[in-house]
Design a protein around this ligand. Structure first.
Ligand code: NDP
Length: 242
């Protein structure tokens, strides 16, 4: 089994790479800039005894994604599972949100998912097997102050993935969304302290989630234990929806 993970060098994607390698998958993951973190992860994941490929690829660039996908199939064989975790934030109130803030977030978060899934859809449909898990966010379901661009990209991922589930289900391919709340990664570390504390107060379990906990959910959705789950949005937020 071969898995392809976007945004694997840090945070949730990193935990997913490790977990899928431990589950026995060969894993190809991409990163945008953090080559040091990617190389370190590739070594750590390979300790599970599977093959691990780290490739620099900007998911917002369709040519980059095509090259990453082709190289993965050439080196590791056909891709059975796709997990898209690459994502960014550029939080501002709408009145201060410039075109660059909008375009940057939409291109990485939503176009990036389209580019990766489009590559996968061709070969998965042909082989009549495969599973896709796209990372959205509670912000894509409920919205969030200062995150109109991010929430729009994450809501887009939900509509996109539900459509894939309908299109590809008859061809044996499943597609689901994981929508996390506050998870302890660099992304949340970059939030203003006051906003972070305000949001944490509304989490009934009283703590941030761990990247490992999201990876465990992704691992389940990728596995055959989830064989009848497609078109679903699975939330993981300690009960907090802000
Ligand atoms: P991090 O900021 O910790 O990591 C982001 C990862 O995405 C890095 O590996 C980064 O690569 C990669 N990346 C960013 N832009 C690109 C790009 N253009 N092309 C390729 N890779 C890219 O984020 P998280 O792990 O926290 O988030 C992972 C996903 O989960 C995101 O989609 C996020 O929106 C979502 N999410 C996160 C939540 C949280 O609380 N943390 C809550 C809800 C959803 P590099 O290291 O090279 O920069």
């Amino acid at each position: 089994m071969t898995a392809l993970v976007s945004g694997g060098s840090r945070g949730i994607g990193r935990a997913v790479v490790l977990r899928l390698a431990q589950d026995g998958h060969d894993v190809s993951f991409c990163y945008r800039s953090r080559q040091d973190a990617a190389e370190e992860l590739a070594k750590e994941a390979a300790e599970a005894g599977t093959r691990v490929l780290a490739v620099r690829c900007d998911v917002a660039d369709p040519a980059d994604v095509r090259e990453w996908y082709t190289r993965t199939e050439a080196e590791l064989g056909p891709v059975d599972a796709v997990v898209t975790s690459a994502g960014i934030t550029r939080d501002r109130p709408l009145v201060l949100m410039g075109q660059d803030d909008w375009d940057g977030v939409l291109r990485t978060n939503l176009d990036g998912v389209y580019h990766v899934c489009r590559s996968a859809a061709f070969s998965m449909s042909k082989r009549r097997t495969g599973v896709i898990v796209n990372l959205s966010s509670v912000a894509g379901i409920h919205g969030n102050t200062g995150q109109a661009n991010y929430a729009a990209s994450k809501a887009g991922i939900i509509g996109f993935t539900k459509s894939l589930a309908r299109e590809l289900g008859p061809r044996g391919v499943r597609a689901n969304v994981v929508a996390p709340g506050l998870i302890e990664t660099d992304m949340v570390g970059g939030m203003p302290q006051a906003a972070r504390e305000r949001q944490l107060k509304s989490v009934p379990l009283g703590r941030l989630g761990r990247a490992q906990e999201v990876a465990d959910l992704v691992s389940f959705l990728v596995s055959d234990r989830a064989a009848y789950i497609t078109g679903s949005v699975v939330e993981i937020h300690g009960g907090g929806v802000f």
